[in-house]
Design a protein around this ligand. Structure first.
Ligand code: P6P
Length: 334
């Protein structure tokens, strides 16, 4: 495949090769990518556009300045509701599901998304991203919350946009993982990272070490062995990273390997973890598995979890196969 290939050209060819022609999905992904381009543009203007944080200034409509979380959420809603392919949407920013307006043609897909993951990093100019997941809604009725509560194995498409030094879009339709970089001159996501795969081994782990005293024993053991390095049972040194932006962490792992952990901890016993299943853990797990990695709670495959709530939280341990399987074995031995 020539590197001068746009995302939609690539996906069209992928559908032809796999015999799964589906123009509805291509139409939906067209509006999803337009949404990501619009968000990229808003973020890249930064403080110049008055979209950062909660400034007292007024935006161009004369309204009180909105947080970028809300603005990116509205970009996703109002761009994708016009795709003609959606029955409903759900977002980290909204308590309940979003019904497609009566004046928009409806379709058979559900779009679940975190419009700006890691948004606390925006004000300090660290990479943030958008995470999205597409499910089917094979009913004539308007979708209710229960229709969204499908296990991650039912995802049709999962992807993320990373607003970093360049804007990238990484996506899987179940036939591997491919990365595209936004060419701002052309206004298209161009194929730059075909066939992304996660190295099975790594020397890099990612975890918020300030929570160390709250971790369960298997995670305590794994991290202390990494920190012990050559002097410990692993007999080799490790490196640690923590960006506090899941999209940036997962992208680094896709490019050079690694393990990302936001495990169950005792910091807030009412929470099963920090990250949300439907629009963080599930789409990222689909991508990681399609790239040859593993994604687990430590005790079960994340994609197999039957969701019980739209904003349900789960522990997340994902990345290079050998390292994640080691952490899983420590949970089994515990
Ligand atoms: P902490 C961002 O808020 C997020 O949901 C993920 O993107 C990120 O990995 C995690 O939370 C960071 O959490 O506790 O380090 O701020």
């Amino acid at each position: 495949m020539q590197t001068g290939t746009t995302l939609i050209q690539f996906l069209t060819e992928e559908q032809r090769k796999t015999g799964q022609q589906n123009t509805d999905i291509l139409e939906l992904l067209t509006t999803v990518t337009i949404s990501c381009k619009r968000i990229s543009s808003a973020i890249n203007e930064g403080a110049l556009a008055g979209v950062m944080g909660s400034l007292d200034s007024e935006n161009i409509q004369g309204e009180t300045q909105k947080k970028l979380d809300v603005i990116t959420n509205e970009i996703f809603l109002h761009t994708n509701e016009r795709s003609g392919q959606l029955a409903g949407m759900a977002s980290e920013e909204m308590e309940t599901v979003y019904d497609i307006p009566a004046d928009c043609r409806r379709g058979k897909y559900l779009l679940v998304f975190d419009p700006l993951d890691g948004s606390s990093n925006v004000d300090v100019n660290i990479s943030v991203g958008t995470i999205f997941s597409i499910l089917e809604h094979n009913k004539t009725s308007h979708p209710v919350t229960a229709d969204f509560l499908q296990p991650g194995t039912r995802q049709i498409v999962a992807g993320y946009a990373l607003y970093g030094s360049s804007t990238m879009l990484v996506i899987t339709t179940g036939h591997g993982v491919n990365g595209f970089t936004l060419d701002r001159d052309v206004g298209e996501f161009m194929l730059t990272h075909p066939g992304m795969t996660i190295p099975t081994q790594t020397k890099e782990f990612a975890i918020n070490a300030s929570n160390q005293r709250f971790w369960e024993a298997p995670v305590q053991r794994y991290v202390s062995e990494c920190v012990a390095g050559k002097t410990g049972p692993r007999e080799r040194d490790f490196n640690m990273r923590w960006v506090a932006s899941m999209v940036a962490e997962v992208h680094r792992i896709l490019v050079r390997g690694g393990i990302f952990m936001y495990p169950k901890d005792t910091k807030d016993p009412t929470k099963a973890g920090k990250l949300r299943l439907m629009y963080e853990a599930n789409p990222m797990s689909f991508i990681v598995e399609q790239a040859g990695g593993v994604s687990s709670t430590g005790r079960q495959r994340i994609l197999n979890i039957q969701p019980e709530g739209l904003h349900q939280r789960v522990p997340v341990i994902l990345g290079s196969r050998e390292e994640v399987e080691r952490v899983i074995s420590y949970h089994a031995a515990n």
